[in-house]
Structure formats: structure tokens, C-alpha cells
Design a protein. Structure first.
Length: 469
């Protein structure tokens, strides 16, 4: 849609003026997409003079930084109408996307493919053709997987996390799940995070109560705090290393959409949309209150690629190998490739924790787990580690203990790398999730580690850290 605005500009003014305006537009877009800081100021967009009760009800940002909002017009004795508007950041002007097309929501995958939710709850592609009907909200992953919330109309069966994916009728490349009993969702690097029926997010995100949640293209995570008495809800942002939500001062709304670490769009109860902008750095974060109730055992908090059965298997094997038992694994934090460049930030978060469990997912979707009873101490620059118990998994089966893994094994931690070796496997793992090299000595276990040959390098996709208690 930016190209449309530029074309109109060229028709109206001279070539030189067009270039100047284009530069102004690009600078405005650059401010919207700038580097991360923790303090925000808020700019209200143009207030459209509509003679209707409702204005904007939803907002969505694209991976390119464009901002779209949905206008709802209630009608007497007729169904409401929904229109899409696109915002020109440089001019502070809204333009209607189409005067003849209606949609309740706009969504994008990470490749910037555009999708719509029609007034009768059908997902439509960029050509405005129905893809799947029967969802009240949805997100689309880059692998053509649709994560939806069932609208209860009966057009789709109600799915649960354990349900298999379904083929989208007449579209063999698409698969979907339509979950029942959830209030909202977002995808963080193509992995779903749900708000449940009581407004709670999962325990790996502090089990906070949110009314809305949104992930940016860079993996940043934002939400609106649940408050049943509030007209508008307070904006919060997730801190990965502290594992807490912090409140963003002066920002409230009913709906939000994040672009990145500092750029987020909010719609308030009056239908006015505001965009964030940088003003400096916030030194002290105002964190939300901790959840008083104790979390349940691990079966209630499966991270994105580890199940309760996986953790239980590791716990049982650790008991067999070392005689150590504990009731649960406590989630510390997880990260994906490229999220954190300074390994000391990660080492600080895990240093001093005993019974440390590190689980690595490679680009080939192969998982490996490493248990360090003594963990690493605060002097983590050079640390020898003993009594490693590790286990490897295939694509879809639980962790499978390697035979004779306790014959001999040694490990060390230095410069952000774990180096682990026993009679069957040598592994060098960067805790920043930048690279994993696993050399399989025993040919029979190669496919449990990599999709390749002995000595292959495998890029890290995600790492999770736990400690046993």
C-alpha cells in the first residue's frame, strides 16, 4: 500500500518534491522500526470524524512495519460492517483499504503474506478467497500451519494441544488446529502462545493474566494486563532473562499489535489508535506482581518442543544413572537463534543453579538433552563439569537413552560453549544457540542426533534451560 501513496504523490507534485516526500516517509518508518529501548512516548494518530458509535476495534502491523486497523460500524436491524484502514505514518493519515471489502481482522505470516478474517469467521487469503471457516481468531506460520481459535459454530471440531493437525479441505499444503476454550493467541517465531479461558498465559511466561498478546517480528512479546474493572488495560512487555512482565508507563488499550522491541500499536476503548516512539532509556522497570499460587508440576507447562513425557523420562534416567531424584523441572528461560549475542547474559541466568538441564533443538528438529548436576558456578569462564547424563531424541518420539551412556563421560564449560564427550558422542554447544556441532561416534545413533553424516555441523534452532528441585 505504500506504493499506492507514492504513486499518488508523483501525480500531484514535481519529481523533486516526490523524492523529498518519499525520504520523509522513509524516515518516519525508520523511527517506527528503530533499535530497542525500554521507555516510550505515545503519538495519537489522526482522529477520523465518523458519525458512528464504534471506531477502530482491532489493529495489526505487518512484518514490513505497515499498520492496519479495523473499523466497525454498527447498524440498526442489520449486521455490523467492518472496514480495513491503512495508516500513512509520515502524513498521519488513514486510507481505506477497500470500500467494497469487509474483514474483522488482518493477519500476516512472517513472510508478509496477508490474510483476512471475514465477518462470518472465515479465513481468507490475500486473493480474498475462503480458506477455512469456523474460527474467531487465527495466526499463520511460515510452514503453512494455521493456529486458530474455534468460534463454537460447529463448523470445525474443537481441538486440544494433544490433537493432531488436520488437512485444510481442497488445500493439501495447509494444515490447521482450531482450539476450543481459549481467549487469544500469538505466534512467536512460528510457535503459538495462548491465552486460556481464564485469561492466563502459560507458566513459561509467568502465568500472567492478559486480555491480549502480540509478538513482534524480532521475537519481542507484549500484552495487555487483565483487569475486569478497567476500561482500558495496561501495556506490559516480557523480559526474557528476568522472566517477568514489566509495565510500560502511560500506555493502555483494548487491543494491540507489536512490530518489534519498541514499536507497538494500541487501540483504546474509544477506538483511537496510538503508536509508540523512542524517547530514551528506562533505568528501572516496573514489574507486574508475582503470581501467588504455586505452579503445578511439569505436566502443566510443556514448552514448545518438550513434552511432560520427555521431562519425566529424563527425570527417571537421572535417578537410575545418578541416584538423584526430584519432584519437578523448573523452567528458567529459552531462546532461539540470534536472540542474544553476549553469552555472559545467559551464563548469569543459569550460574549457581544445580541440577541444570539444557535441551537443544537443531535445525533438523532433532532434540538433545544434557543434565549437569553441579551446574556452573558464578566463575563461569572456565568450569569443569562432571556426572553428565544425556539423552537424545528422534523427530517425534520421546527422549531415548543411549546404551552405555554412563561408561565414561566428561564435560567442560568455557567461553559460552559446553564441550561434552563420552564413548558415543562428542558435542560442542554454544549456549547462545548460534551453532551446535555433534560428532556421532557410534553410527547406529546418527539419525537420533542429526539428519546427516558423522561429524556434521547442525545449526541450533532453540535452547531451553531448566533446573530440578
Amino acid at each position: 500500500m505504500r506504493s499506492f501513496a507514492i504513486t499518488a504523490l508523483l501525480l500531484a507534485v514535481s519529481q523533486a518534491a516526490s523524492i523529498n516526500n518519499l525520504i520523509t516517509h522513509q524516515r518516519a518508518q525508520s523511527l517506527w522500526r528503530q533499535e530497542a529501548t525500554n521507555k516510550f512516548s505515545w503519538n495519537s494518530t489522526q482522529k477520523l470524524e465518523w458519525n458512528v458509535v464504534n471506531a477502530f476495534i482491532d489493529v495489526q502491523t505487518s512484518p514490513d512495519g505497515d499498520v492496519f486497523a479495523i473499523q466497525k460500524i454498527d447498524q440498526v436491524l442489520a449486521d455490523p460492517k467492518y472496514f480495513i484502514y491503512q495508516y500513512d505514518i509520515s502524513k498521519n493519515v488513514w486510507s481505506i483499504y477497500s470500500s467494497t471489502f469487509q474483514a474483522k481482522a488482518v493477519r500476516f505470516d512472517r513472510n508478509a503474506n496477508m490474510y483476512f478474517l471475514s465477518p462470518n469467521n472465515c479465513i481468507q487469503n490475500s486473493s480474498r478467497i475462503d480458506v477455512l471457516c469456523g474460527v474467531s481468531d487465527f495466526e499463520v506460520a511460515t510452514n503453512n500451519t494455521i493456529w486458530g481459535i474455534n468460534d463454537g459454530s460447529g463448523r470445525l471440531s474443537g481441538d486440544r494441544p494433544s490433537s493432531p493437525f488436520h488437512d485444510v479441505p481442497f488445500r493439501p499444503t495447509l494444515k490447521y488446529k482450531a482450539y476450543s476454550g481459549y481467549k487469544g493467541l500469538t505466534l512467536i517465531r512460528d510457535e503459538p502462545i495462548f491465552i486460556d479461558s481464564k485469561y492466563f498465559v502459560p507458566y513459561e511466561y509467568a502465568h500472567e493474566k492478559l486480555v491480549s498478546i502480540s509478538a513482534g517480528v524480532d521475537g519481542s512479546l507484549w500484552g495487555l494486563l487483565y483487569d475486569e474493572t478497567a476500561t482500558d488495560n495496561v501495556l506490559v512487555k516480557w523480559q526474557t532473562l528476568t522472566q517477568k512482565w514489566y509495565k510500560v508507563g502511560g500506555a493502555v488499550g483494548k487491543s494491540l499489535s507489536a512490530y518489534n522491541e519498541i514499536s507497538v500499536a494500541l487501540v483504546d476503548s474509544k477506538g483511537l489508535l496510538s503508536l509508540s516512539s523512542q524517547t530514551g532509556r528506562q533505568e528501572d522497570a516496573d514489574y507486574t506482581a508475582a503470581v501467588v499460587s504455586a505452579p503445578p508440576p511439569p505436566r502443566s507447562l510443556p514448552p514448545t518442543f518438550v513434552s511432560y513425557a520427555d521431562l519425566e523420562f529424563m527425570r527417571s534416567q537421572i535417578k537410575i544413572e545418578l541416584g538423584t531424584d526430584f519432584s519437578k523441572f523448573n523452567y528458567i528461560f529459552g531462546l532461539s537463534t540470534g536472540e542474544i549475542n553476549d553469552y555472559t547474559e545467559i551464563a548469569d541466568a543459569i550460574a549457581g543453579k544445580s541440577n541444570l538441564l539444557m535441551i537443544v533443538k537443531t535445525e533438523f528438529n532433532k532434540n538433545s538433552a544434557y543434565f549437569l548436576p553441579a551446574g556452573i558456578d558464578n566463575d563461569y569462564n572456565s568450569q569443569s563439569v562432571s556426572n553428565i547424563v544425556f539423552s537424545l531424541s528422534g523427530n517425534k518420539r520421546p527422549f531415548k537413552q543411549l546404551s552405555n551412556s554412563n561408561v565414561w563421560q566428561q564435560a567442560s564449560f568455557s567461553g559460552g560453549y559446553f564441550s561434552i564427550q563420552n564413548s558415543q558422542v562428542e558435542a560442542n554447544i554454544d549456549i547462545r544457540c548460534n551453532n551446535v556441532k555433534i560428532s556421532v561416534i557410534e553410527e547406529s545413533v546418527t539419525n537420533s542426533v542429526l539428519s546427516g553424516t558423522n561429524g556434521s555441523d547442525s545449526n541450533c534452532k532453540s535452547i531451553l534451560f531448566y533446573y530440578g528441585s
